[in-house]
Design a protein around this ligand. Structure first.
Ligand code: 2RA
Length: 324
């Protein structure tokens, strides 16, 4: 099996390698691609040293079986179809293909690829952890409406976001964000659209409906960057179609294998990025009824944005394709 990683030197790219090792992906040949700037770098992986190559059009014809990409929208727009035409299955972590009608948007615990196209999209990080929490509720009670308020870590912006936080602590001006992130919070992730929402908020709204396969769910979001290195937190306010209790919601989460419930506030138990970072599951807590709306609950949800939010989900998709 010949595998390529595009964006191998990035923050998510290095986690991709970690996950390929963790899930014991059985490759015979591995090629690591990057932009021109990072090409020539050496990466040690599973006892071998790889030299990272610049991705150019002619290299897409390299008899790849699978290509995982995490190099930004414009790289995916240009190169994913070339790899596809040359026979590879591409799993893409950028936002470019996610909402195309013929492209599968996959969280393996929730939905499976139809492979209409040989490009599969990995959802947005904050969307993945949120739909993992919503999915068992949707199956059991039906989700009617959702409001997300996110608290997203700087590693969601890659190395530049981490730099802005770390250097900001030393008094440096930001280069990735429009305002300092050190000792601050920024209610803007990605660009503003004409209606005042950001692109990140629209991603969460649209992708939730596509993954849960229901356009009627009413979804809204406010996305905020916080000075945390890793793991996103999402405050989910969800209205269910069937009446239920706080206890039943908690029990539904407990029975879903991919969720860890940390919810005993009287003993100080609730999840934070501290507990979720480097973990593979999604953490929920602070589950309580919202008395202002019928059948409505608050759920605090935390997940590692670089793992389940990105590299882990991508490699799980790859594994399920190889296994089936
Ligand atoms: C963010 N969701 O956190 C984005 C990254 N993919 O900025």
């Amino acid at each position: 099996m010949k595998l390529a990683i595009v964006g191998a030197t990035g923050v998510v790219g290095s986690k991709m390698l970690e996950m390929i090792d963790y899930y014991e992906i059985p490759f015979d040949d591995l090629v690591l691609f990057s932009s021109k700037r990072s090409s020539g770098k050496k990466i040690d992986f599973k006892g071998q040293t790889y030299t990272v190559e610049e991705l150019t059009e002619d290299k897409t014809d390299g008899n790849f079986d699978y290509v995982v990409m995490s190099a930004g929208g414009s790289t995916s727009e240009k190169f994913a179809p070339l790899f596809e035409q040359n026979g590879a299955i591409v799993i893409d972590n950028s936002s470019f293909w996610r909402m195309h009608d013929d492209i599968d948007l996959i969280v393996p615990e929730i939905n499976q690829p139809s492979l209409k196209r040989k490009i599969i999209a990995n959802p947005n990080c904050s969307t993945i952890q949120s739909v993992i929490a919503l999915s068992p509720l949707h199956d059991k009670f039906g989700v009617d409406r959702v409001h997300y308020a996110t608290y997203q870590s700087v590693s969601g912006s890659g190395a530049g976001g981490i730099r802005d936080l770390e250097e900001g602590a030393k008094g440096e001006a930001p280069t990735t964000y429009p305002k300092p992130i050190y000792n601050n919070v920024i209610p803007q992730i990605d660009v503003f659209l004409d209606d005042g929402y950001t692109k990140e908020e629209v991603k969460m709204i649209d992708e939730t409906k596509k993954i849960l396969d229901n356009d009627d769910i009413k979804v809204t979001a406010t996305c905020v960057r916080v000075p945390v290195i890793s793991s996103h937190s999402v405050q989910i306010n969800v209205t269910l179609k069937k009446e239920t209790s706080e206890e039943e919601v908690r029990e539904t989460f407990k029975q879903f294998d991919h969720i860890v419930v940390m919810d005993d506030v009287q003993s100080g138990v609730y999840p934070t990025p501290y507990e979720a970072t480097d973990q593979h599951k999604i953490y929920v807590g602070r589950i309580r009824k919202d008395p202002t709306l019928e059948n409505t609950f608050h759920v605090w949800c935390v997940g590692d944005n670089l793992l389940k939010g990105a590299a882990q989900n991508t490699v799980q998709i790859l594994k399920s394709l190889i296994d089936n």
